[in-house]
Design a protein around this ligand. Structure first.
Ligand code: SAH
Length: 194
């Protein structure tokens, strides 16, 4: 199959995700941060994520720089890619809508921060990270290139691994027993499994 179809679908979905996030990011900005647990490592990883999810796909699509790592684009990758894109954008939208102004790019606690346990958060504690893994899988399936394709999956796996424990500790410190009981009845990323 022509790899251009996969590339176009990936960029269309990326633009949709930016549109989904924009109003929530703007709303969160109006609420003061009272506690910040971000580290230089995390800032570095956020920059790496920008490179992985945006810069490398753009270099792949618009320049010949990554041509040496191109591979074929099978129809099944496009078909599966469509399914993953739908799940990605749906979970990205739901997690932003449910988290409301408690959302931050980094680890922060805002003024009047509330523990969200409803909606998609009733089943899993990290639906936004689930949606970012789906974003990474969509990229792997839709960009027919050995560098641009897996880039986000590699960077986000490191980001998630270095963040999960710290984020849960921050929530624990902030909400105590309420978070402990919430953590007991929910999974991390995949409903019913983990
Ligand atoms: N890990 C969550 C949230 C990602 S946004 C997810 O994947 O959906 C990161 C911010 O969300 C952190 O700064 C933290 O303060 C906040 N946060 C994480 N879980 C929360 C919850 N259940 N309720 C309220 N805020 C939460």
């Amino acid at each position: 199959m022509n790899p251009l179809y996969g590339t176009l679908l990936f960029f269309a979905a990326t633009i949709a995700s930016i549109v989904i996030r924009a109003p929530h990011a703007n709303r969160s900005k109006t609420v003061k941060v009272v506690r910040n647990a971000k580290t230089p490592l995390e800032v570095g990883l956020l920059v790496a994520m920008g490179v992985a999810v945006l810069l490398l796909p753009l270099l792949f699509a618009l320049t010949p720089l990554l041509d040496f790592a191109d591979h074929t684009f099978p129809v099944w990758a496009f078909g599966l890619g469509i399914v993953v894109v739908v799940l990605w954008l749906w979970s990205f939208h739901r997690s932003h809508a449910d988290l409301g102004t408690n959302w931050s790019v980094t680890l922060e606690v805002r003024e009047q921060h509330t523990l969200v346990t409803h909606g998609i958060y009733a089943r899993i504690r990290h639906p936004m990270y689930t949606s970012l893994f789906l974003n990474a899988f969509a990229q792997l399936l839709l960009l027919a290139n050995w560098i641009a394709g897996p880039a986000m999956l590699v960077v986000f796996t490191v980001m998630f691994a270095t963040r999960l424990q710290r984020e849960e500790r921050l929530m624990h410190d902030t909400f105590g027993a309420e978070y402990a009981s919430y953590a007991e009845r929910t999974k991390r990323l995949i409903p019913g499994i983990w």
